[in-house]
Design a protein around this ligand. Structure first.
Ligand SMILES: [Zn+2]
Length: 265
């Protein structure tokens, strides 16, 4: 993909802000494009980690289940490699903050992210589902409980769930691993209520996440895209806001706040 200098116009931003305020229930779907500006390389595409190092095995979950002790040893050894390093130092960018502002304004009701980087939480976002997990958390694959990494002792591998003694795994969803049912349930429930979706920093081609946006569209809802690049989902979007999400989303949040103030005064 070539560098794209195209930027959303003020009129496009205003139209998107109006659409958000006219909607009853707005959700957002976010992906890797949100985090590039925080220094996290994407997996796919130019400069992507998988492009460079090859895709991880498609049966990662089965490999984990076959030998959890070895999988944990590998995980501990990889803590400082090229993927984990950027995750440790990354901080939310203005795009994450803008979505948290839209939530605080009462406009954005729920956020579904494909990112595992924790940056939406660090920006203060409250109502969210991390469909591919969160790299900072450990999850019990028996009872589904989640723990902060520092709460789990690693002197015996694999570690056991403090609640049910079940097998613990990183919360990040591996290839071949089902999306955790509690997260999937939340996504289904909120998507069913939605009549507008902000699709930010994702081409929305990876299922099941993509399906939530398309389902809202099929019911007559609006899709508003914020992305640097045109992508597979652009042609079904009602409004496409071109530009880095760290630039476009703050403009959108500011426009929503201005319209809100103007209506209240
Ligand atoms: Zn458990």
């Amino acid at each position: 993909m070539a560098a794209n200098a195209e930027r959303a116009s003020d009129a496009q931003i205003l139209a998107a802000a109006r659409a958000l305020l006219a909607a009853r229930y707005v959700i957002a779907l976010t992906g890797a494009g949100m985090s590039v500006e925080s220094g996290i390389p994407p997996f796919r595409g130019p400069g992507g980690l998988w492009t460079k190092y090859g895709e991880p095995p498609m049966n990662g979950y089965q490999i984990f289940l076959a030998d959890p002790k070895k999988a944990w040893e590998d995980r501990i050894r990889r803590q400082d490699d090229e993927l984990w390093g950027p995750l440790k130092v990354a901080r939310p960018n203005p795009g994450h903050q803008a979505l948290a502002e839209l939530e605080a304004l009462g406009v954005l009701r729920f956020l579904i992210t494909q990112n595992v980087d924790d940056l939406h939480r660090q920006a203060g976002h409250q109502a969210l589902a991390e469909i591919h997990g969160n790299w900072k958390l450990i999850r019990c694959i028996e009872c589904g409980a989640r723990f902060k990494a520092e709460e789990i002792r690693l002197d015996v591998l694999p570690p056991q769930c403090p609640q049910c003694a079940g097998l613990l795994k990183g919360d990040t969803v591996a290839f071949g691993e089902p999306i955790p049912p509690d997260v999937l349930r939340q996504c289904v429930d909120h998507a069913a209520l939605a009549d507008a979706v902000i699709v930010a920093g994702t081409s929305a081609t990876v299922y099941p996440a993509a399906g939530f946006a398309l389902e809202v569209k099929q019911r007559g809802g609006q899709l508003i895209e914020a992305n640097l690049y045109e992508s597979e989902i652009s042609r079904v979007c009602d409004l496409s806001l071109r530009g880095p999400t760290g630039e476009v989303l703050p403009r959108l949040a500011a426009a929503v706040a201005d319209l809100r103030r103007a209506r209240l005064s």
